[in-house]
Design a protein around this ligand. Sequence first.
Ligand SMILES: *Cc1c(COP(=O)(O)O)cnc(C)c1O
Length: 394
Amino acid sequence: MNQEGSQQDIMTNDAATTALASAPAHATGVIVIDLDRIAANWLALREHVAPTSCAAVVKADAYGLGAARVIPALYRAGCRTYFVATLDEAVEARALTGPDAIIFMLDGIVAGSAPEVAEAGIWPVLSSFAEAYEWASEATRRDTRLPCALHLDTGLNRLGMPASDLHALAANMHALDKLDVRLVMSHLACADDPGHPKNAQQREIFEQLFPLLPSAPASLAASDGLMLGKPYHYGLVRPGYALYGGQASSANRAPVEPVVSAYARVLQVRDSAPGHTVGYSATYQIAGVTRLATLACGYADGFFRHASAATGQINGQVAFAGTRSPVVGRVSMDLITVDVTAIEPEVVRGAWAEIIGPVISLEDMGNAAGTIGYEVLTALGKRFHRVYLGGDKD
Ligand SMILES: *Cc1c(COP(=O)(O)O)cnc(C)c1O
């Protein structure tokens, strides 16, 4: 961690201490979300890619952090283009922004839903000829042209038009005329690995397809892609994870700071002797005299069961006053048990353990459970008390 990073961490820590003090006495866990930092991260990414425009991906309830609070904070910072996945998310985003905001819906038109999407004023991201045709037909019914983005598949093989669909669309002037194409986009498969040859391959395929389409701004990069440099920026970048403080690529650090921390309450502290086992299925055997703390945090709170640790393993970790403390035994629905033998000052009932924060990053937590920080965010439980910092300035 560089000097600047540790300064920031200390600031986060102070804000978190205040937030913990303001939590109700009965709170078993607290999640602290810094809305000003999310806005600052968006501004930093926008500056990084300027003069390219910067959107915000706020799907899945703003990656679990609460779209109702996150979207207004981004809007106040100046963000005018948003990406969500579903129509329900799009309608929520529309209500939280002004009429000048553009809401793109990544899942596109679920078969048969074009009238609802058009009625809501949402711009779908169209990923097949069938979808484009459905949107064009809706435009014809309304005797207008309807705005949309076209998603081209350049090698991810997930969503997006294969070249054959694109050729079919390009040949159907009637359908194409009805589409008001505002964005041409694709998505990278390996952008978290700057050395991967697929990055440049996808960029080449993307550009080869442009001549088939009406001219419109292009977009290829998400959080990791925008760190691959100018050739990947085009007219618009689409970060999600980086806005929320995530480092999508370990090779290229994005110019963003953490925005979320989570703390769980110590319910009980006990001394345990050699020969005892801890937790379900007795997977962890106590070796020496050990002090254990049981925390009010389990897999229902987003602490993945895969972070369980059998004897001799270190997987999940929490932290007390800056020092790591390993999970021992199975993670259960509401509880984890951690080894606090080495923690000074002594851990007491009612204390707070850091689950995510200055010591345990989103990526640390993800790695401990064999997953990624993205899933950590979207799995954050609903029964922890949430504290939002900043945001409501007007
Ligand atoms: C989710 C998503 C993004 C945002 O990705 P991050 O890695 O979170 O920045 C961008 N584009 C598409 C198509 C996506 O599905």
